[in-house]
Design a protein around this ligand. Structure first.
Ligand SMILES: *Cc1c(COP(=O)(O)O)cnc(C)c1O
Ligand SMILES: [Zn+2]
Length: 395
């Protein structure tokens, strides 16, 4: 497969791969030469995983893989009953490190090695660092992580530390951490693995491929939006399948943001092509606590071109959806992931989603990522004396 990097703003093409943005400052995307593609997989619902679609992924060497992808797509029957549309949940929490970031990292870390780098770096609200640390460990690369101190869920920090990354908490928010890590990476020659990296997004587009592989093209895909890489990646996946003639339509890409971190939502409401940053983003859903999404332009195009939309939800609505997914569907997710279902609820209530639509909600990360949020939402277990009477009394 032939490909090159192309600027989404000025269209400039690059043969070199060791850059993250265009000279004009625009975002880059991997442009595939479709004539050079030889499809060697079948959409038969079998053996789903990221590397099933290797003929559409821009790498040249044996991938660094931890068997990512192939996540379960559940038919959420109770939610479907409540909402009156056909609801599926694709549970990305079932990836090796517990979030969809693994799909990006398997490609991104493979690219780091192709480019001859021996260290990778990222800023993170948590899951990027957990995933990057894991894949760097597998590949034998050094890993450097900048986190907003005190604002990252416990499970994610634990993963980054145990997989051997150098973890640095900064007294600032994610947006500041990202600006800093971009500078440091350039100075030190670290390969930057935030979602500004176009190769990382290539891995994440396989979410679209797997959905089509299993159920064909849904009418709508609903997912949480933070730095806005994933919605851009999934849209790109569907668009490529359409350009290859493998599907006929593209789902309406529908992004969900928290009320306290809603720049994409506001831009969509005003039909704008770019965002006004939110300077002090705040939400229980720490994975989407981002005020200045780097991929805003790509995400807004994905939403407009697919006839999708954006919606905002409150922290209460997010926690309610998290509890419902866990207690009614048996799907354990972290708060940001539950934003997808909270957002779908709102879109149904607003009459945006039609009754007969087939909708796929992406639940981006696992319940165990953020145990502290769970205890705040559910309280501590009841504690009683070690006697039958005491237990009977509380049953
Ligand atoms: C990274 C992440 C998001 C946000 O994805 P973006 O690509 O930054 O929009 C949402 N949920 C979880 C659990 C994440 O880890
Ligand atoms: Zn450009």
């Amino acid at each position: 497969m032939e490909y090159y990097l192309r600027c989404i703003d000025c269209g400039k093409k690059y043969e070199r791969e060791d850059i993250y943005t265009c000279e004009c400052g625009g975002l880059l995307e991997v442009a595939i030469d479709f004539d050079s593609v030889e499809i060697d997989f079948k959409f038969d619902g079998n053996e789903l995983r990221v590397w099933k679609y290797r003929c559409l992924l821009p790498v040249k060497r044996e991938p660094v893989s931890l068997k990512e992808g192939g996540t379960p797509l559940y038919h959420a029957t109770k939610l479907a009953e409540e909402l009156g549309c056909k609801v599926y949940v694709k549970h990305e929490g079932a990836n090796p490190s517990g979030s969809f970031k693994d799909r990006g990292m398997t490609v991104g870390v493979t690219k780091a090695i192709e480019l001859g780098r021996n260290a990778v770096a990222c800023a993170s609200t948590g899951n990027t660092s957990a995933s990057m640390a894991m894949y760097a460990a597998k590949a034998g690369l050094k890993a450097y992580v900048l986190l907003p101190a005190g604002k990252v869920a416990l499970g994610k920090v634990a993963q980054a530390l145990m997989h051997g990354a150098k973890v640095i908490g900064i007294r600032g928010n994610f947006d500041e951490a990202l600006a800093l890590v971009r500078k440091i990476s350039e100075e030190e020659g670290f390969y930057l693995l935030n979602s500004v990296n176009p190769f990382r997004l290539e891995g994440q587009k396989t979410i679209a491929y797997e959905i089509v592989d299993e159920i064909g093209t849904p009418d709508r895909v609903v997912l949480p939006v933070g730095n806005a890489g994933n919605i851009s990646a999934i849209y790109k996946g569907f668009k490529e399948l359409k350009e290859l003639g493998l599907i006929d339509s593209i789902p309406k890409m529908s992004g969900v943001q928290a009320e306290g971190a809603n720049p994409i939502y506001k831009a969509v409401m005003e039909c704008r092509e770019d965002i006004d940053p939110v300077l002090k983003p705040e939400t229980v859903a720490t994975a989407i606590r981002i005020g200045q999404p780097v991929n805003a332009k790509k995400a807004l195009r994905a939403i407009y071109e697919s006839n999708g939309t954006a919606v905002q939800v409150s922290d209460e609505e997010i926690i309610r959806a998290q509890k419902d997914l866990a207690a009614k569907e048996g799907i354990g997710v972290e708060p940001a992931s539950a934003a997808s279902v909270a957002g779908l609820r709102k879109l149904v209530a607003e009459g945006v989603v039609e009754r007969d639509e087939t909708v796929v909600c992406i639940t981006t990360g696992h319940l165990l990522k953020d145990p502290e949020a769970v205890i705040r939402a559910c309280g501590q277990p009841i504690e009683v004396d070690a006697s039958l009477e005491a237990i009977r009394a509380v049953l």
